[in-house]
Design a protein around this ligand. Sequence first.
Ligand code: PLP
Length: 387
Amino acid sequence: MELGEIVSLDETYVAHTYKRYPIAFTGGKGATLFGADGKEYIDFGAGIAVNTFGANDEEWKNAVKAQLDKIQHVSNYYYSEPTVRLAQLLCGRTGAKKVFFGNSGAEANECAFKAARKYSYEKYGEGRNRIVSLKESFHGRTLFTLTATGQDGFHKYFGPFADGVDYAAPDLADVKRVCGKTACAVVIECVQGESGVNALDKSFVRALAGWCAEEDVLLICDEVQCGNGRTGKLYAYEHYGISPDLVTTAKGLAGGLPIGACLFFEKTENALTYGDHGSTFGGNPLACAAGVNVLTRLNEEFLLEVRGKSEYLRAKLKKIDGVKEVTGLGFMIGLKVEGDPKEVAARCLGKGLLVLTAHDKVRLLPPLVIKKDEMDEGLAIIREVLQ
Ligand SMILES: *Cc1c(COP(=O)(O)O)cnc(C)c1O
């Protein structure tokens, strides 16, 4: 199909919820994508932190194909080997006790919020059920996760919102004030993605974790975007030396197939039980087989490489005229630039580089397997565009 025909069919039949760039892709290899226009593109977006190993990765494909040759889906009435293997890997790598699988980040967060409320209800009874989220956070697009998203821009039109969410500044005194005696959980993104790739302050996060533990207010880390090796650790909270009670993740976990996971630690291990929660596709064997491949390969050696490569990219970016600030952690990079980030992104695309934006920043989330020459090509384009 020609690009023009794809665009016209999309216009006609697909809901207009996304403003798209005028391009489609026919394939790729690692961090290089092939446009339907016959050009090659360097990928600094990874499908929004989803394609952990980029496009068309042999090992990943073989893992998915092997499962596809067996069975693509079984209902949660039966046991499934890839599902238990992925859960075992997640628990083994994090110290979590149990995992619930869904299909997206929003669904993972919904699960964590339900678990937090039930934990508190069983221990303290009614009335201690509020979720405190941070200003400038992002937790998803379902009605409740949208409520938990601390950005007014997302809240237009869709009220009334569910009761039970309050917002605090990233400051312990404010969190304490907002929590009062009725909060059951505080949810944070160690690196806030959608609002501009800002890593939370270490001393704040540590103090928050300490206070939450004292008050038995559960700490939820939303690792949907910053998890799965993105920041150079398996999960971003590891940079902070904290032990969350619930961790949610999704995007990069299966390297390109839909998945979401809520990890329950010591306190919350048995919060949800028979009949409390479910998801038809949750734990899907194909997605979990992909996840097993991802998690197995994100070993210490691989993560060390991610840290090295991301430090290289960050150092080079800092030296570019027109880059005012480089934020985030590892391969979760925010660039404060001269001019409108959206315009910069469009101009990068025109020169063969895919980048994202997030609020006031250009956002870079390259596949973790990106090579040095691909980074250099991307850097050259950013340099040209910002000149
Ligand atoms: C993307 C994202 C979500 C939502 O994930 P979906 O898969 O789109 O539902 C939630 N939290 C964070 C931090 C995200 O970046």
